[in-house]
Ligand binder design. Structure first.
Ligand code: ATP
Ligand code: MG
Length: 602
């Protein structure tokens, strides 16, 4: 075997695989170059999800002819004047992006340097340089990529459909727009404007950022957010974090920027989860945009060719800073954040070892209610009057005849005896006690009913007296609109309503009164995650469980005994009713002998 040096085109194609993975990453490289060139406005135009065409026009300082000829050469960069890899003030400095893209596509770059009267254009076609020629252009640069990966068919095959690639591109644009509030951006796809944000005004970064976040995430977010500003050693964390009640069905809207660069980082995801753990259920996710400033010495941004990952010298400090800053801010936000006590917290308690048993304390605690009991018993004790453990005696409760109750008790889930904390149904079976989580149980039942209705009769719909207009981002709205036909089969009738909104006219009847806004937003989140090749029916579980969750008897609603028994009777005949759609149990059962053991009677 002979060793040979690879030709430059091959080297560039290999590098391209690392730098550009898909249209979104090419867009990132071009937009970052535009920002490095001091642009105030960056316009991105796409066709065919960016696979066919990407055009990025900026009004930055441009390139004179000699620079233009150099910029497509490998390792040609203007951004590393003194070869100090740790002192980088620009978004790029590897001098790889343009030659790599040129190796795998048809690339043209037209540019007119600041103060120059003429514009020039250069091209690279599958790695082959084309001659320089005059061009017509205002100040700035216009880079165009046609047929990305046409020169590397194997890589082309790895791309997803146009819509998926477009979603990635839009997500990338949001990140870039978030990190650079003073720059205006537009994104146009096949002639439709999907994103337009003007340069955000204001002298302070915070003010500009908040304006930009409102433009990108909605005014809702800006209204439900806490400002973060914390420091630890050489690190500073700023930005905005959503209050826990403003949460989403997935973690997509959690943005971290390290020295102005959007990064995806496990450390960040874990820190956020930890900070919100006490406030949010495990399957809900907060929305936030945080900016970490670090001394270039403490963070290596060069570990990843696409610069999407970073490495910290001391990740413990960074994690501590993020968790601490968020926890403090959430605690200070007080009641704003205090509505949800997470299932996550409960899980955490269970996972921890039980606290050491301290007899004296435990007994002091235990004695108190006993002392109180004597007094209440004299005054005519009844459960319903004890404020601490309120048992809801629904109006029909006392009417239940013993014989009836006995008949009910023969069912596997027993006869309802009461409702605790407006959330749990307590029921008596022949040989034990059952505790039902009414929300979880109902959710499962709605889901199963919906599945059945779909195969039998079609889902009955209920017309809304007032159609609801729901604002979303343009891609989410168009994702929903594209699936309108399928959603209608599931009982949800909606139509596009201008760019970035849908109007809902009918909802599945079996959802009853539901939170339509929340439902549609969560569905849009689902659709963004679902594979476009699958029909909604194939992903029925995901969609239905989202619907069911919004249409279910919320924890906190008072039920009559008849309603409680009806719920349990339906659970008994419904498959899979022992767990909710998120895999949590819908009821727990304690057999009498377990209870006896608990009290040392056995
Ligand atoms: N939009 C632009 N306006 C002005 N100059 C540009 C523009 N795009 C690229 N350049 C010039 O071309 C050079 C090469 O760009 P390229 O993206 O290949 O490398 P880089 O930005 O230096 O580093 P990296 O590979 O890390 O992105 C840049 O250093 C810059 O001087
Ligand atoms: Mg670059």
């Amino acid at each position: 075997m002979n060793i040979r040096l690879l030709p430059e085109t091959t080297v560039n194609r290999i590098a391209a695989g690392e730098v550009v993975e898909r249209p979104a990453s090419a867009i990132k490289e071009l937009v970052e170059n535009a920002i490095d060139a001091g642009a105030r406005h960056v316009d991105v135009v796409l066709a065919g999800g960016g696979i066919q065409y990407i055009g990025v026009t900026d009004d930055g300082m441009g390139m004179a002819r000699p620079d233009l000829e150099l910029c497509v050469e490998r390792h040609a960069t203007s951004k590393l004047p003194d070869d100090d890899l740790l002192n980088v003030a620009f978004l790029g400095f590897r001098g790889e992006a343009l030659p790599s893209i040129g190796a795998v596509s048809r690339l043209t770059i037209a540019s007119r340097a600041q103060g120059s009267a003429e514009a020039w254009q250069i091209g690279v076609d599958g790695g082959k340089r084309l001659p320089v020629k005059p061009a017509a252009l205002n100040q700035g640069t216009k880079v165009e990529i046609r047929d990305l990966f046409y020169a590397t068919p194997a890589r082309l095959k790895f791309l997803k459909g146009e819509r998926t690639e477009l979603n990635h591109a839009l997500e990338m644009m949001r990140r870039l727009a978030m990190a650079n509030p003073e720059v205006g951006f537009t994104l146009t796809h096949d002639g439709r404007v999907l994103l337009r944000v003007p340069p955000a005004p204001g002298d302070l970064f915070d003010a500009r950022l908040l304006a930009r976040l409102a433009a990108l995430l909605g005014n809702d977010f800006a209204d439900n957010t806490i400002r973060i500003d914390a420091e630890r050693r050489n690190f500073r964390l700023t930005g905005f974090a959503g209050v826990p009640t403003y949460n989403r069905g997935n973690g997509q809207q959690q943005y971290l920027f390290v020295n102005g660069r959007a990064v995806r980082d496990k450390l960040f995801v874990g820190a956020v989860r930890g900070a919100y753990m006490d406030y949010l259920a495990r399957d809900r996710h907060p929305v936030l945009a945080l900016f970490l400033e670090a001394d270039p010495e403490d963070v290596d941004v060069n570990v990843h060719p696409a610069k999407a990952e970073v490495r910290f010298k001391d990740s413990g400090i960074v994690r501590g800073l993020i968790v601490g800053a968020l926890r403090n801010a959430l605690a200070a936000a007080g009641h704003q954040a205090s509505t949800t006590v997470g299932a996550a917290a409960l899980g955490a308690i269970r996972r921890e070892a039980p606290p050491p048993f301290r007899p004296s304390e435990a007994f002091a605690e235990f004695n108190r209610p006993l002392q109180g009991f004597a007094e209440t018993a004299q005054a005519g004790f009844s459960y319903a009057d004890t404020p601490s453990a309120r048992v809801e005696t629904a109006p029909s409760m006392p009417v239940m005849q013993p014989a009836e109750a006995q008949a009910e008790a023969r069912h596997p889930l027993g006869a309802a005896r009461g409702q605790l904390h407006e959330t749990y149904i307590i029921s008596q079976t022949e040989d034990g006690i059952v505790i039902v989580d009414q929300h979880a149980a109902h959710e499962r039942l709605v889901y199963e009913r919906m599945k059945r209705a779909l195969t039998d009769t079609g889902v009955a719909r209920q017309m809304l007296l007032l159609p609801e207009v729901i604002e979303l981002d343009p891609v989410a709205a168009s994702n929903l609109a594209d699936r309108a036909h399928e959603l209608a089969e599931l009982g949800l009738a909606l139509e596009p309503f201008g760019a970035g909104a849908v109007v809902v006219r009918e909802v599945p009847a079996l959802l009853g009164d539901c939170d339509i806004r929340g439902l549609v937003r969560d569905l849009a989140d689902d659709l963004a995650e679902l594979d476009e090749a699958l029909s909604l029916k194939e992903r029925l579980e995901d969609v239905c469980s989202t619907m069911a969750c919004h249409g279910s008897v919320r924890a906190g609603r008072r039920l009559t005994v008849a309603e409680m028994n009806a719920l349990m009777r339906e659970m008994e005949v419904t498959p899979h009713s022992g767990q909710c759609n998120h895999g949590r149990p819908t009821y727990v059962e304690l057999k009498l002998k377990d209870i006896e053991r608990l009290f040392g009677r056995r």
